[in-house]
Design a protein around this ligand. Structure first.
Ligand SMILES: *[C@@H]1O[C@H](CO)[C@@H](O)[C@H](O)[C@H]1NC(C)=O
Length: 311
């Protein structure tokens, strides 16, 4: 069995939804949230870039998260929306591999970024006196480089397992986008061990990071409770937004990888929901409770509008 067998399958077909009304509903829904997510995340990046007083680690990491979310929105959603009304939803073999590659790089980077953001809050709240000596520019860059390296390694290693799989005919993916659980099932070989590997890699990494995050947030919460004062309510609202994003990101992730065999109708709705809504909600959740950010965003918006009116 070698790579030559790929030629048997040159494209994959997405099953998607067949019901017209459901497709239409999803089309409207995903288009709105895809555009909103791209605008929201771009606005966050612009706002942080244009405001020197927001150049603290917390906001720089937030801008990086928005950047990653922007990538996530563009890897899956446009193709999915474009496909919703097509009878035959196809993707080329290399297109499918590319999608899987980017989804996993992005997911890996995002996981490490979320941990970095938790770490930043931990230092800020539990070791406030050392904050500026620990969370300096160097540390920020270090965390970012680590995030990208880990994301890349995670994705390349997983692809390494499956890239040589023989495909001999079946090419229908019961999904809207390419990802390992559906992809592996189509290979013409015993994939039991591979499925286990991939579940172990993606599933347990996400489960592991999830627990690290939850434990660190519980730790931070306990610290906040101990010194309850005026500033603690602000810390609490920041923390609650972080925890919400963590649950939103990891919930579906863990669901897809630990229970990859359930393919009900509801699962597909949830998948679309996850793909278009998560990047949008990240931007909304992080900014909704943050007055400083909201004020700065309004300024950027109004500057932009004035600029358009003048020119
Ligand atoms: C990400 O963070 C780095 C380092 O803190 C910063 O220099 C960079 O501008 C950020 N990237 C984005 C897209 O905001």
């Amino acid at each position: 069995m070698d790579g030559a067998n790929h030629s048997m399958v040159s494209e994959f077909v997405f099953l998607g939804l067949t019901n017209f009304w459901e497709s239409q509903l999803l089309f409207v829904f995903s288009s709105i949230f895809c555009v909103a997510s791209m605008m929201g995340n771009s606005l966050i990046i612009l706002t942080v870039m244009m405001n020197p007083h927001l150049h603290s680690p917390m906001y720089l990491l937030l801008a990086n998260l928005s950047f990653i979310d922007l990538g996530f929105s563009s890897v899956i959603s446009p193709k999915m929306i474009h496909d919703l009304f097509k009878k035959r939803k196809v993707i080329s073999f290399s297109g499918c591999i590319t999608q899987i590659f980017f989804i996993h790089v992005i997911a890996g980077v995002e996981m490490v970024l979320l941990i970095a953001m938790a770490f930043d809050r931990y230092i800020a709240i539990c070791k406030p006196l050392h904050y500026f000596s620990i969370m300096n520019q160097k540390m920020c860059i270090l965390l970012l480089v680590a995030a990208w390296i880990i994301g890349l390694i995670h994705s390349v290693v997983q692809l390494g397992f499956v890239i040589k799989l023989p495909f001999c005919g079946p090419n229908v993916l019961d999904s809207f986008y390419c990802d390992f659980p559906w992809f592996i099932k189509l290979a013409c070989t015993d994939t039991y061990r591979l499925e286990f590997m991939v579940t172990a890699n993606s599933g347990f990494i996400s489960l592991g990071s999830f627990f690290i995050l939850i434990v660190s947030y519980i730790f931070i919460l306990i610290t906040v409770r101990k010194h309850s004062s005026g500033s603690s309510s602000k810390a609490l609202s920041t923390l609650s937004t972080h925890v919400m994003v963590v649950i939103l990101f990891f919930g579906p992730c863990i669901f897809v990888y630990i229970w990859p065999h359930s393919t009900s109708h509801l699962d597909k709705f949830l998948a679309v929901f996850d793909v278009v809504l998560t990047p949008f909600l990240n931007s909304v959740i992080y900014t909704s409770r943050n007055k400083e950010m909201k004020v700065a965003m309004w300024k950027v918006c109004s500057q932009f509008i004035i600029y358009r009116m003048i020119s």
